[in-house]
Design a binder for this molecule. Structure first.
Ligand SMILES: [Zn+2]
Length: 499
């Protein structure tokens, strides 16, 4: 029987929100398949970075989407790249000779093997494009839940939309995005599967991420979004139990990152200005530090001399709100600036990386809805709302469940696993060669053919850096040749392991 893979994504769903009342259908899937109980995201834990990791099976240092936004210093003058802009992504891919991502994607690997990929996603244009940035040139199916202009191939999608369309407009912030999830589910069940039978389908729901950002992680609106996407997933599961499973479909449910709750607003620009830097959120003349907006601290210096780097890092270390800081590696562990850790430790050192990556200081406080994980923040929204991008264990913790003829049923694995493991596992199941740029591993422990005696030990690693009273700690796990981030925090306590 021919094997194919269907991955249903729940953007930003914290695994601790999965339970019988809120997500009965995900619980049904867990009973059928194997749950990866220690599944983690990558750094930065931002959607477009993680999507690139999902489809390349690699961390950011390999694929090069090193932030939702970054400064491209490979051209003069440097330009600001917002990866939400799908047209810009396609233009960069074209003008760079196909090097928007510097690792091979699922779309490319499957095309080379004569196999097909379909993407159905209700995210932003840019995020949808990150799931298959070459969909247009490779002639693979891409259906956005909101944007007609994302459709590829045009005739295929026009045919689908004749019966399930028109596409609902993107929702206003604070309104759960429900209609698009229903439309994409119907499009898969009624058209994409029966007519095209893709070898791999990525069906990605934009919720509960949107509602978590604009209403709060445990807010009624967000719970409504979770319940709705779970109900839509229930339609997929019903189909799978009757038809899909018997047709060789391996069903995955996953999320890309978690969320923690913003509690106190701060200003990165103020701290940098008081250290003497002229700052902006984009490159320009008379600017000597670009502070990339968002929850991933990223600073690009116009003149990144050792002295300027040390001055910028000291300005951050002096604040109450700065968490772990990463600079280019002086060696495998230490950053070039004393007290910082090497970007390579979090698998984020790439030619496009900022001079300083930092996390806003996070903690284990419990929010208004009883959910653990708090953080300082710097944006124009209010406290109490969800954020992600950093290295708090609740930002990194992600959902992953797999079911089908190849997987152990009703089981749970406590071994570490991560987003980059999904693509190599799918390619393994399809019998398709994996690209050499992959950093993830095949999740063999989940496979029916693997005995418990074949499962090896995990190795936990801890790294610390200190300078002038500023201490930071990073914890990782290694298993099967892959490296996983467990968490990083300011201070020396092992807070990541107190879960
Ligand atoms: Zn996301």
């Amino acid at each position: 029987m021919k094997t194919s893979c269907l991955l249903v994504g729940f953007d930003g769903l914290r695994p601790d929100l999965v339970g019988p009342e809120l997500t009965p259908n995900l619980c049904r899937l867990k009973a059928e398949g194997l749950t990866f109980a220690n599944h983690v995201s990558v750094y930065p834990s931002e959607t477009r970075v993680v999507f690139a990791s999902l489809v390349t099976g690699a961390t950011a240092d390999r694929h090069g989407i090193i932030g939702n936004r970054y400064v491209d210093r490979s051209i003069q003058p440097p330009r600001y790249v917002d990866t939400a802009d799908a047209a810009l992504l396609e233009q960069i891919d074209l003008t760079s000779g196909g090097r928007l991502m510097t690792a091979t994607s699922l779309g490319e690997a499957l095309k080379t093997a004569g196999r097909s990929l379909a993407v159905l996603a209700s995210n932003s244009r840019g995020a949808t494009r990150c799931l298959n940035h070459k969909a247009r040139s490779l002639g693979q199916i891409c259906l956005s839940g909101h944007f007609d202009d994302m459709a590829t191939p045009k005739d295929v999608v026009a045919d689908i939309l004749k019966s399930v369309g028109p596409l609902p407009p993107a929702v206003e912030p604070g309104t759960p995005d429900l209609e698009a999830q229903t439309l994409l589910t119907t499009a898969f069940l009624d058209h994409v599967w029966p007519r095209h039978r893709p070898d791999v389908t990525l069906l990605w729901y934009s919720e509960p991420d949107l509602s978590s950002h604009f209403s709060g992680i445990g807010a009624p609106e967000t719970r409504r979004a979770v319940a709705h996407t779970d109900a839509e997933f229930g339609r997929i599961l019903d189909w799978w139990l009757v038809e899909g499973r018997g047709s060789g479909v391996q069903l995955f449910a996953a999320s890309d990152h978690g969320h923690i709750t913003a509690h106190k607003r701060v200003s990165v620009a103020d701290a940098m200005r008081s250290a003497g830097f002229k700052t902006s959120s984009a490159p320009g003349s008379d600017i000597d530090a670009v502070i990339v907006p968002g929850h991933v601290g990223a600073i690009y210096l116009t003149s990144p001399t050792e002295g300027n780097l040390a001055k910028a890092a000291a300005a951050l270390m002096d604040t109450e709100w700065c968490g772990p800081i990463f600079t280019r590696g002086r060696n495998d562990v230490d950053g070039v600036v004393p007290g910082t850790l090497a970007q390579g430790l979090v698998m984020a050192e790439h030619g496009r990386s900022p001079d300083l990556y930092f996390c806003f200081r996070s903690d284990d406080r419990v929010d208004h809805y009883g959910l653990t994980g708090g953080t300082y923040f710097d944006n124009d929204r209010r406290s109490g709302l969800g954020l992600h991008g950093g290295l708090h264990p609740k930002e990194l913790a992600s959902l992953a469940v797999a079911a089908g003829s190849h997987f152990k049923g009703g089981a749970k694995s406590d071994l570490p696993s991560g987003v980059p493991d999904i693509a190599p596992t799918m390619l393994h199941l399809l019998g398709t060669p994996s690209p050499t740029t992959i950093t993830g591993r095949v999740l063999t422990e989940a496979l029916e053919t693997t005995h418990d005696s074949q499962i090896a030990q995990t190795k936990v690693e801890q790294f610390q850096a200190e300078s002038a009273g500023f201490v930071q700690t990073l914890e990782r796990t290694r298993y099967g040749g892959a490296t996983y981030l467990r968490g990083a925090w300011r201070g020396a306590d092992s807070s990541a392991s107190q879960d």
